[in-house]
Design a protein around this ligand. Structure first.
Ligand code: PAF
Length: 292
């Protein structure tokens, strides 16, 4: 059978996975919205390491429920042929690429007011959740559906969407789903730009301006030894010096996204996270902070 096998219905997916499960193999899932890049490829490699000769499943689904009014649902890149080539290169076994009606059956689709959805905890109201109300309800609902359809042993998500990763980890634990959620490191261009499907919207000028994001995060890392206000100030001065960046938020939080005191105990690991508009494109990025 050619690799990967493409399943577009839930029934096709189930029959492909039954054979593997019958043989007692571990199943790995990498949920994506497509427009795959090297960051996604690295998630597939992490999944492969986890499941050995078990199947790695990549889902490709642009989930309408996680996009708000006026967001980029319609223009989000859909590049199935190129995505299949990435999956083939990475030795993915199954690509699940359903239509919207397959994931949200019934006439009303993803906006069905009677549909059961996953309501995230308070962590979803901060940061991305404050700027994009309802976004994480949409993310957790579709990820729960994918977990139900694939029933993976392990699922791999990128740390670039750090808050999403934290919420999915909590969902798996809180709802006793029994799925190990792994966060894989953010992949970057040599000049520091975090890989993102949305980078393809950037003009050359936008792309140059967008480098201020990773520069700001690195500046904060370098000042973390002096405490949270110093680290924040270092990041802000980089961002303010780049007129092409319109900052949405910059936050320094504990690793679990809880509050941080101004001067955390030595050894504390935190996170600095930001979102900004560059041209017409909204980008997010984050890095670890080590306080000494
Ligand atoms: O990170 C993404 O690409 C999406 O939010 C996800 C997890 C695939 C859910 O649609």
């Amino acid at each position: 059978m050619p690799t990967p096998v493409l399943a577009s219905t839930r029934a096709e997916l189930a029959s492909l996975l039954d054979a593997h499960r019958g043989a007692g193999r571990r199943v790995g899932l990498v949920p994506t919205m497509g427009a795959l890049h090297d960051g996604h490829a690295s998630l597939m490699r992490v999944a492969r390491d986890q499941v050995g000769d078990g199947p790695v499943v990549v889902s490709i689904f642009v989930n309408p429920l996680q996009f708000g009014e006026g967001e980029d649902l319609d223009r989000y890149p859909r590049t199935l042929e190129a995505d299949l080539a990435v999956c083939e290169r990475e030795g993915v076994d199954v690509v699940f690429a359903p239509a919207v009606e397959e994931m949200y059956p019934g006439g009303a689709g993803p906006r069905d007011p009677d549909m059961t959805t996953v309501q995230p905890g308070g962590l979803a109201d901060l940061l991305e959740g404050a700027s994009r109300p309802g976004h994480f309800r949409g993310v957790l609902t579709v990820v729960a559906k994918l977990f139900g359809l694939v029933r993976p042993d392990v699922a791999v998500f990128g740390q670039k969407d750090y808050q999403q990763l934290a919420l999915i980890t909590r969902m798996s634990a809180d709802l006793c789903l029994g799925i190990e959620v792994i966060g894989a490191e953010t992949q970057r261009e040599p000049d520091g730009l975090a890989l993102s499907s949305r980078n393809r919207y950037l003009s050359d000028g936008d792309r140059a301006a967008a480098l201020a994001l990773s520069r700001a995060l690195r500046a904060a890392q370098e000042r973390a030894a002096y405490g949270v206000p110093a680290a924040r100030w270092a990041a802000m001065s980089v961002l303010k010096s780049e007129p092409g960046v319109e900052l949405d938020y910059l936050a320094l939080r504990a690793a679990d996204l809880g509050d941080l005191p101004d001067h955390p105990e030595a050894g504390t690991v935190g996170r600095i996270l930001l979102a900004a508009k560059v041209g017409t494109t909204r980008l997010i990025d984050n890095m670890e902070l080590r306080f000494s």
